[in-house]
Design a protein around this ligand. Sequence first.
Ligand SMILES: Nc1ncnc2c1ncn2[C@@H]1O[C@H](COP(=O)(O)OP(=O)(O)OP(=O)(O)O)[C@@H](O)[C@H]1O
Length: 220
Amino acid sequence: MSELCVRVAVRVRPLLPREVLHNHQVCVRTVPDTGTGTGSEFGSGHVMLGSDRLYSFDHAFGPTANQDEVYESCVQPLVRSLLDGHNATVFCYGQTGSGKTYTLGGGGGGSRDDEGGIIDRVAQDVFQFLGEKTKSCDDVEATVRVSYMELYMEELRDLLELHTVKKELHIREDEKGNTGNEKLICNFSTCIYIYIYIYITVCVWCKLIRISTFWPFIFI
Ligand SMILES: Nc1ncnc2c1ncn2[C@@H]1O[C@H](COP(=O)(O)OP(=O)(O)OP(=O)(O)O)[C@@H](O)[C@H]1O
């Protein structure tokens, strides 16, 4: 795996039907890697803003890129590395309507069809890779835990236990500096623990600008 700890991918979504109807124009385009050697082993891409501003990223996906391409190049290698004992975090950032939910949660029924998002694909691959691993090593025991949290306006909500009173959940730091809420902090044992810390939504209101962020965290 690449030595780079952080990789950044940009995805440009297609115009929505209503945007086409209102004659909106595309103002960014993705430019394939020119072979300058600036990218990681996972490739690289560029985004051209207007006619003369070129920005480089580890990946750049244009409007025709499908969910498979995004998952396979950016996330699947991380799922594999989880099972080798590495930590991994994936988070989506972008202005409202830019496609974070589509990329993470998918655009269809939420299964691994063409529209399935990163979460569906990670969940399926975690079990598939674990199955392969436990089959090949008799002494490996695997436990998978899932948390699904939303942080909105500084209030934490457990999306798997919606009846929990928001005020009862607090973000804590343990003695090693790891943060989480009470439910997430627990002892690691020799078993493989996989936490899929799926959604934290952070919304910041600043005058009229709304920044909305979804963070799926995946770590062992
Ligand atoms: N790559 C894509 N291909 C086709 N449609 C897309 C794509 N990305 C996003 N969309 C569509 O664009 C619209 C807005 O996307 P989405 O809801 O994912 O944005 P968001 O960033 O999560 O917005 P918000 O921050 O307001 O929740 C949705 O109708 C979604 O289906």
